[in-house]
Write a protein that binds this ligand. Sequence first.
Ligand code: PRP
Ligand code: URA
Length: 207
Amino acid sequence: MAVIEINHPLIQHKLTLLRNKNTDTKSFRENLNEISKLMTYEVTKNLVLDEIEVETPLMKTTGYTLGTNIAVVPILRAGLGMVDGIVSLIPTAKIGHIGVYRDEETLQPVYYYCKLPVDVQNKQVILVDPMLATGGSAIYAIDYLKNAGVKNIVFMCLVAAPEGIAKVLQTHPDVAIYTAKIDQGLDSNGYIYPGLGDCGDRIFGTK
Ligand code: PRP
Ligand code: URA
């Protein structure tokens, strides 16, 4: 599969607001959700449609309805910041949660929670997390979903480091990565640079 950078002017404008260290929690949340909504347009471009008949005030004609069942699965916590934007466009989507945090010392993913929608195996899963850094958390979540029987997964993030992209594509070549920006790399603490800092802390106002 591939990595797709969604280089839309509105997304890049809003991402710049998120990068700004002076952007407050409220604006950060709002802009993250707006970017997620805009990205959803691109991420869902290849969804399968079913043909249906629709009756307009004038006549019957052919219409279309989404033929794919969709599940949105945020990686907790920061992935939660993208859910509302996506679901505003796909209100029928089911929502699962995977709790994985990154150990600050080892940078290894630490699992703590999971709840997936009924019949997730037969759904198109949009796995979401704003930050793809070393790739450890995303790979853990994809492994988990595949072990649960999920066959169709796309990963949607806001900012991705080349190191994390390479690792995810190597481990899970069938998973497409959609990102608003491929950044320069990782610093010695495993943070994406230029990045936007700790995304979870900026969404929730924690430290
Ligand atoms: C952040 C981010 C990803 C992970 C990325 O979560 O939201 O889940 O780090 O890093 P990786 O690619 O090196 O695994 P964090 O561990 O800070 O947890 P949080 O969302 O609860 O703040
Ligand atoms: N997690 C974050 O929130 N930010 C980074 O830059 C890397 C991991």
